[in-house]
Design a protein around this ligand. Structure first.
Ligand code: 3HC
Length: 306
């Protein structure tokens, strides 16, 4: 089924919102994007242009021509009003900070500003779609679903399409069709804390943190063990540094609060790093002092002979 939409309104232009906007634009979709912070709109655009998976690098590596990159960039319109971003839209994708009240507020406004039957999708990683949608009318709840991308979204092939028991079947099909147009593989998931991939991925991260805290092995050796022993492209700490340690912390807090499962209680070491401003790899995480590797003064695997 061809994509039922040709325009997507993105709310939140951080690490994920900006890169998803790029993916959509390079796949021929027009995008309007909004962020509450003007500085975030600028740094997001910088990521689209100059990021590791951004347009300039894609041209340099001959993944696209200069003309294709210019065309992609011209398809992204940045706006500083949520109303203008959603007005007349059939598809709103929210990618703001993992805060339930913020997401609920955005959805309540988007439901008014966007077209009456617009799909309201969230890129939330660990807040459940049911909790985001619970205060809405049944008609609006039927249009709310999860569309969960993985970082870096230009590269990672998976999108979790998350439905609640109330999400309309047609909404799920339309999101799946959009994924296919982006050359992604959709996996349909019934809403539950962490969905599938993060539920498993965060369990691995939690176990790795426990080994680190017990002094069983270093950050680097744990990462190497999972890379070389299990064939993971990245170990759990490198991956934490890539996705952002503040996000990892919020992910675990949300999953712990939803499940009360001790496995997901945020590790002390993670809380300490975040409280000291270590928010992840400074190459991708603006304003961060570093991630696990900078904190422990280690080289990431791949930065030397590892
Ligand atoms: N558009 C399309 N493809 C692009 C691109 C673009 N703009 N820019 C780069 N690529 C492609 C390249 O063509 C290349 O593909 P190829 O190998 O077929 O040529 C591919 O991206 C990889 O490029 P790199 O040179 O950077 O390759 P690496 O081998 O260094 O891989 C990595 C980097 C993809 C990040 C890899 O290390 C990896 O898979 N890491 C794990 C990432 C992961 O697990 N992400 C999930 C995190 S959890 C998450 O996001 C959930 C959230 O809720 C927290």
């Amino acid at each position: 089924m061809p994509s039922p939409v040709n325009h997507v309104s993105i709310v939140g232009f951080g690490l994920m919102g900006a890169q998803i906007a790029q993916l959509l634009a390079q796949s021929g979709f027009s995008v309007s994007a909004y962020d509450v912070s003007e500085a975030q709109l600028h740094s997001g655009l910088d990521l689209v242009r100059k990021g590791k998976y951004g347009l300039e690098n894609s041209v340099a590596k001959r993944r696209m021509t200069e003309e294709e990159a210019d065309n992609a960039l011209s398809r992204i319109i940045l706006l500083n009003s949520l109303e203008d971003t959603c007005k007349g839209s059939d598809f709103v994708l929210e990618a703001v900070v993992e805060d339930l009240d913020t997401k609920r507020e955005i959805f309540s406004k988007a439901a008014v500003y966007a077209n009456q039957d617009a799909i309201l999708a969230s890129n939330t990683s660990t807040l459940t779609i049911s909790r985001i949608s619970e205060s809405f009318s049944p008609k609006v709840r039927a249009r709310i679903a999860g569309m969960h991308f993985f970082n870096p979204p230009q590269v990672m092939k998976l999108v979790e399409v998350v439905r609640t028991r109330e999400t309309n079947r047609e909404v799920v099909s339309k999101i799946e069709a959009l994924c296919t147009s982006l050359h992604k593989t959709p996996v349909e998931v019934l809403d539950s804390p962490g969905f599938v991939a993060n539920r498993i991925g965060i369990s691995v991260f939690a176990e790795a943190s426990s080994l680190l805290e017990k002094g069983i092995a270093s950050v680097r050796d744990i990462d190497l063990a999972m890379r070389l022993g299990y064939g993971y492209p990245m170990g759990p700490f490198e991956l934490g540094d890539l996705v952002g340690l503040d996000s990892r912390l919020r992910n675990m807090e949300a999953m712990y609060s939803d499940t009360q499962d001790e496995r997901f209680r945020p590790p002390k070491i993670l809380e300490k790093l975040v409280s000291e401003g270590y928010l992840g790899d400074p190459k991708t995480k603006r304003g961060s002092k570093g991630g696990y590797y900078e904190y422990f003064g280690l080289k990431r695997p791949g930065e030397d002979n590892g």
